[in-house]
Design a protein around this ligand. Structure first.
Ligand code: PLP
Length: 302
């Protein structure tokens, strides 16, 4: 992982304000956004053992999946380029070929081959037959599922909780984390910790199954509390209220959030804290999973 050297352990900082104080809880932020300049947050953690596994198998090409704004495609392209692996990104939506997003342009700059498929085909991304077909077409690359959320990803995420154990000196009552595919939440649960997961998608109830399906050893897992009401009308969508929250958070704590995942999680978390959802004395570690490459300009001011 020579050229992918991360800044580890990432800092754990306590956040303090009136809302937190009035509820009698303690809130910490795990700064995984500081892990690496381009391979951010949970994507670095999730890729680590996948990349090592690919190298162990002497495979020099990675193939993975994502949308046109995917932090995972961005991270995979940068990581592959840094360590000399060819990357192939299967992109959801053929129309994006004609209107490349900044994320996709970055991926190409990092020498990723973009393979655009229809939304219909993209739905087959976990179908064994479709994967076989892609595998043959691209000469048997190392396959990484959408979001990097393979079972190897969980091991990388569990290293984050091990860092927190050391930094805090004990286990927090909850980890708060944003959920897209649920791989990060699954990794924390599989380390035996409790998770408060905030769905970044509308109708996120399906995540419960997806998260549980990623976990193999069901005996050591923590409790999952899935929050599905803080999606701000859906994946990749946001409101002026959320942008305002990002600006206020930056003002108050000098930490930048983005509008796809981390702001939705922190908004929901502060909402729950202010409604006395947690008993006094509860200790929460909220994970800043990064993703700042996708920050919208309107939330970048100040
Ligand atoms: C991908 C991503 C998530 C979601 O992680 P999952 O493991 O897919 O649930 C959360 N936050 C950020 C910043 C991300 O890029």
């Amino acid at each position: 992982m020579d050229k992918l050297i991360p800044s580890l352990p990432t800092p754990l900082q306590e956040l303090k304000n009136e809302v937190i104080k009035n509820a009698g809880v303690q809130l910490y932020i795990k700064r995984d956004d500081l892990i690496h300049p381009t391979v951010s947050g949970n994507k670095w953690r999730k890729l680590k053992y996948n990349l090592m596994d690919a190298r162990l198998g002497m495979l020099n090409t990675l193939l993975t999946f994502g949308g046109a704004y995917s932090n995972h495609l961005y991270a995979t392209a940068a990581a592959g380029n840094a360590i000399g692996l060819q990357t192939i990104g299967v992109v959801r939506g053929e129309d994006f070929k004609e209107r490349m997003t900044p994320t996709l342009r970055f991926c190409e700059e990092q020498n990723m081959i973009l393979h655009f498929v229809s939304r219909q085909d993209y739905r087959l991304r976990n179908d064994p037959e479709y994967l076989n077909q892609l595998s043959r077409q691209f000469n048997f690359p190392y396959l990484i599922p959408e979001g990097g959320s393979s079972h190897l990803a969980l091991k990388g995420i569990a290293e984050m909780t091990a860092e927190v154990d050391k930094e805090l000196g004990f286990r927090p009552d909850y980890y708060a984390v944003a959920a897209g595919t649920g791989g990060t939440a699954a990794g924390i649960l599989s380390s035996g910790n409790n998770v408060l997961a905030f769905s970044a998608l509308k109708g996120g109830d399906f995540l419960k199954n997806d998260i549980m399906n990623l976990i193999h050893d069901n005996n050591v897992i923590g409790k999952l509390d899935l929050q599905t009401d803080y999606h701000f009308s859906g994946y990749g969508k946001w409101t002026p209220q959320l942008i305002d929250f990002i600006l206020r958070f930056k003002n108050e704590f000098d930490i930048q959030l983005e509008q796809i995942y981390t702001a939705k999680m922190f908004y929901g978390l502060f909402d729950l804290i202010s409604k006395n959802y947690f008993t006094p004395g509860t200790i929460i570690v909220a994970v800043h999973t990064g993703g700042l490459q996708g920050l919208t300009d309107e939330a970048r001011q100040l």
